[in-house]
Design a protein around this ligand. Sequence first.
Ligand SMILES: [Mg+2]
Length: 244
Amino acid sequence: MLYQLPQIPPPRDCAIFLDIDGTLLDLAVTPDAVIVPPHLPGLLRRLALRQGGALALVSGRALPDIDRMFGPGLAVAAEHGAILRDAVGRLRGVVDEDAALRGLLGRLRDAVASRPGTLLEEKRFGLVLHWRAAPGNAASLTALAEALIAPHPSLTLQHAHEALEIRVRGPGKAEALEAFMGIAPFAGRMPVFVGDDLTDEPAIARAIALGGRGLHVHRDFHGDPAAVLSWLESGLNKDGGDHA
Ligand SMILES: [Mg+2]
């Protein structure tokens, strides 16, 4: 099959929404092992500047984790949209903390402790079981998670690449995108969302429904985050004269 990169570079008058893992960064064996290309934080900052601030990272990761990787200052939807930080740094908690989720912590910590190569990522609104380094544990950890959430209607499961998240039921990435589109400086622009995972599909569909573009790393960028970065750079270079 012949793949083509999206024909247009990100235009100046759009609002750009970017997933992180698998979209801007190659997936790694654990979430902490991803490598952030040294030029990427600066690239995102220049793009955000050029877009008048209308650029947001939209990720399942926790907010402090995202800031550690990219530095503070960007608009972010963290934990799949449970936490929003707008372009001027205002925080909006969209979801209430959930006691049932905290109550599962002990069982989940024990589960990964007894399964070498697995790990538990602990966030405010989600607990993620990762088994990329030990995929033989997928079935047993999935069964455990299903059993643990069964008595708790406030919790739901979110499947991802070699991982399963138990998360507080609430808005997802599509709702995060729509929330940003309702506020400055996003409002009135054309949304462009780029993602790679199951959690991104609703946001891809929402961007298209709102008259924008929904791009998938595998369908539109050969499955290669480096191609996404080149595409973003092409948007900057097209105008020339934009400097950090
Ligand atoms: Mg992703």
